[in-house]
Design a protein around this ligand. Structure first.
Ligand code: TYM
Length: 332
């Protein structure tokens, strides 16, 4: 039986962090044996914020290196740069004709961007979910491993797929967000405000490239308080966040012991943070070192990208031919 198709991407806008790992890359690695996987660096998506051309290449290479350092095997998956697949912008153009200004303006991530950068409300930002849809549908992706923050974008991709099929006939499957375990992941920021992010909350985000001291400093600044005064009291959200981080990288025994301390009011957050920092270091340091070593070997990264693009273009070419035919672009 042929394997089900998985597609997902990561923008090349900065260093990858724990949120990217637990929301996306951990799933990529777990899926690579059992699915037909297409994972890419979303370099076109990064252009919405006009990065310096000098930085683009290193940013793209770093995303590749960090993915491989996390355990992704380029021989098992197609790992490529979005801009190496010209069929993606072609499908994006087709889908843009089916996407309405009103619905795009209502997307919460668009509204957030408008609020944060009122001077740069460009058309690419507005149609960001349409490009995402093209990324997914170009391979007829069914499963899209993403974090919670991308859930709504995948829902829009599903709507656009339905809309295309309704108008032109059944071409695309309906994609769904994917996570091992029941719910999509949101890794909280260390300061209790929102989520870890490549572009906001930088001091409250743990990056896969952070050195040990930086990790210690950031974790020790995590928001806590003086501890509960009544046994078994409910945890405030920022304390729940700390426990969530502990759950990601610490052992079950560590988690249980601090949970017991919380419940009987003997918890010392200084000790918890020290433990969390050391567990984070044990988790991040090997990834950091592997990614660093790989980035020194540009020819290896180029080989991965070229081979990944060659694999991805086979599937992209087949899909775009089908989409053109369905639309009626079929002249010769
Ligand atoms: P990006 O680059 O912002 O993030 C990459 C992946 O990391 C997940 N993520 C998180 N998960 C949990 N907690 C967090 N704090 C956290 N922060 C980020 C994201 O959900 C994502 O899965 N638009 C996408 C890239 C993209 C894409 C696609 C994804 C372009 N085309 C097609 C899937 C399919 C983005 O900006 O992700």
């Amino acid at each position: 039986m042929s394997k089900e198709i998985v597609v997902s991407g990561i923008r090349s806008t900065g260093y990858l962090h724990l949120g990217n790992y637990f929301g996306a890359m951990r799933n990529y690695v777990k899926m690579q044996d059992d699915y037909n996987c297409y994972f890419f660096v979303a370099d076109y998506h990064s252009l919405t914020t006009h990065p310096d051309p000098k930085d683009l290449r290193a940013n793209v290479y770093r995303v590749v290196a960090e993915n491989v350092a996390c355990g992704l095997d380029p021989d098992k998956v197609a790992l490529y740069a979005q801009s190496d697949i010209p069929e993606i912008p072609e499908l994006y153009l087709m889908l843009n004709m089916l996407a309405y200004k009103g619905e795009l303006e209502k997307v919460p991530t668009f509204k957030d961007k408008v609020r944060l950068n009122p001077d740069n409300v460009n058309a690419g930002l507005l149609t960001y979910p349409v490009l995402m849809t093209a990324d997914i549908l170009i391979h007829k992706g069914k499963h899209v491993p993403v974090g919670k923050d991308q859930e709504q974008h995948v829902e829009m991709a599903r709507n656009f797929a339905q809309r295309f099929n309704h108008r032109y006939g059944e071409v695309f499957p309906e994609p769904y967000p994917f996570n091992f375990g029941s719910t999509l992941v949101k890794v909280p920021s260390l300061d209790g405000n929102g989520k870890m992010s490549k572009s906001e909350n930088l001091n409250a985000t743990l990056f896969l490239a952070d050195d040990d001291d930086t990790i210690r400093k950031k974790v020790m600044k995590t928001k806590t308080d003086s501890g509960p005064t009544e046994s078994n009291s409910e945890m405030p959200e920022y304390i729940q966040n700390v426990f969530q981080l502990l759950r990601l990288v610490s052992t079950e025994a560590t988690l249980q012991s601090f949970t017991n301390n919380y419940n009987d009011c003997t918890i010392r957050y200084g000790d918890l943070k020290k433990q969390l920092a050391e567990d984070m270091i044990a988790f991040i340091a090997p990834i950091r070192e592997k990614a660093k070593a790989m980035q020194a070997d540009e020819s290896l990264i180029q080989k991965i990208l070229k081979e990944g693009a060659a694999k991805a273009r086979v599937s992209a070419a087949a899909t775009i031919a089908e989409a053109r035919k369905a639309i009626g672009i079929n002249y010769y």
